[in-house]
Design a protein around this ligand. Structure first.
Ligand SMILES: [Zn+2]
Length: 285
């Protein structure tokens, strides 16, 4: 018996309830017909044209992404814009698109539990609550590590990107309490300070919020790790796939009838860096 999109959606909506998303967010089904059959599911962080093309070539009929395709209003779905080309390609290829964004961030397990696990945290609690949903996590490592060793271990657990991981703080500083927020995190510094975290692992840290946070810390904790937006969120994909397959099989869906694929497209927008200071360089350089 073929699995329908509606059956898959009922599991996804249980894992990632739409009403746990932030009010500005746009989550859920973007294209597709709940009655359509699903045999191949493709997972990616971003519904870029390259990802949609990859899904189409792989014969996917459902694409599950973290980031929404249509967060802001569009006036045309013509292929003359990238958004229009994406929607057109999904529809003509019969690919349903489902997005779980801030509702997957706050889910347990979800995007941040996957990132917390990559940091070596086993027990965590919410970093803060926003609109009634938990945002970010904080927990303690089993033992204290040097900031540089912690960052290196984290880098080993994250997919490689052109930019790598940027760290603000002394190389040898001991760290144990870790706050995490996958994706853009520079709005949560107050919560990070309140949590008494030694390190804040997040991404998209802009100059002013980051340097002001370092000034506020007077060179001490919380130290900052900018591990890249795509990298910090991509670990969720394998977790979501495993959990979805387990739940579907509990509901009587034969898992061998479903193929799943995690996108090999690195949708981090950066391709290379030049001129980075080698490890061990000084600020005075
Ligand atoms: Zn994100």
């Amino acid at each position: 018996m073929t699995t329908t999109l509606a059956e898959v959606l009922s599991v996804l909506e249980e894992f990632y309830p739409a009403d746990s998303a932030q009010s500005w967010d746009r989550v859920g089904l973007v294209t597709g017909d709940p009655a359509q059959p699903v045999t191949r599911i493709h997972f990616a962080v971003d519904p870029t044209l390259a990802v949609i093309d990859e899904a189409r070539k792989g014969g996917a009929d459902l694409l599950i992404t973290h980031h929404p395709l249509l967060l802001r209003g569009v006036h045309s779905l013509a292929t003359t814009t990238a958004k229009g080309a994406a929607v057109t390609s999904l529809i003509v290829s019969d690919i349903a698109l489902f997005c779980a964004h801030t509702n997957a961030d706050s889910a347990d397990p979800g995007v941040n539990t996957a990132l917390a696990a990559a940091c070596g945290l086993t027990e965590t609690q919410p970093l803060t609550i926003s609109e009634g949903s938990p945002l970010g996590l904080v927990g303690d490592l089993p033992q204290s590590l040097r900031l540089s060793d912690f960052a290196a271990a984290l880098a080993g657990n994250l997919p490689t990107t052109a930019g790598g991981i940027r760290v603000a703080g002394p190389f040898d500083a001991p760290v144990r309490r870790i706050a995490v927020l996958g994706g853009s995190g520079d709005s949560l510094f107050d919560a990070v300070r309140a949590s008494a975290a030694d390190v804040y692992v997040t991404a998209d840290l802009r100059h002013h919020p980051a340097s002001e946070a370092r000034e506020e810390a007077r060179g001490g904790a919380p130290y900052l790790i900018d591990a890249g937006h795509w990298a910090t969120e991509s670990l969720w994909l394998a977790h979501a796939r495993d959990r979805l397959l387990a739940a579907l099989s509990e509901r009587g869906v034969d898992p061998t009838r479903l193929e799943t694929h995690i996108s090999a497209v690195r949708t981090d927008p950066w391709d290379f860096v030049v001129g980075a200071q080698p490890l061990g360089g000084t600020r005075e350089g």
